[in-house]
Write a protein of this length. Sequence first.
Length: 247
Amino acid sequence: MNLTQFKTKAQEIHNLIYTNPCTCEISAYNNNDIKTTSNITLNGSKMKANEYLLGCINCHPISNSTKSQATDRFVQVAHKIHGDKGYLYNLGSSNFICPSHGPQTLGNLRNHLSSITPCSVCDSLRLRDRYISQANKSNKGLTNIYFVSFTSKTSSESFFKVGLCFGSLEDRFKDWLVHYDITPIVFSTGNAADIYDLEQKIHQRIKEKQLSYTPMNAYNFGGASECFLASEECINKLKSYIINKTT
Ligand SMILES: [Zn+2]
Ligand SMILES: [Zn+2]
């Protein structure tokens, strides 16, 4: 949407929530293509486009709603923001209905309004599509799944991680190598969609088995939330599982 359309949409929503309009000078990096996650500038202050729809940082008192049940005003705003998605809301309910995936939890109202895809199933599909199109664009539709172990260079800490990368393990973990020795257990290449689904399934299983582990240096590393601890038996099983699924 272009800047004029975006301003109109924001104004309509602000009118529902606030008594005073935003009077800021608005600009964006690309005024012809404003997306949910675009940065916009308001009299010098920066905000994400989806946050601005819910109120201007300069002109409106933005409160963090803790409510999780649909109110009349919430439903009106939600229709303006997520109208194209066909969600159904019920006053007083803490659920909403996704036309493709049925009842979903509303959660925090403000977060619902500012998320790109509030239905968690739609959101997983969006992330999956994004990953696959990135693989198609830059990696011939392929990706790598790795299963590696980490051993601290300075303490007795050790743990495991499964993940995806387009390049080599050295590239993927260049920030981690200061603290850890990394030993590959499996590294396989395959069709991005299949490998993506395989990785998701493994993460799901790790979560269910409550094996997740946060590394001591986690604040430094992307993907640190995907680390885990496991017995030798479990490691061997997982290793064979990945090899079987990728060869
Ligand atoms: Zn403003
Ligand atoms: Zn959905």
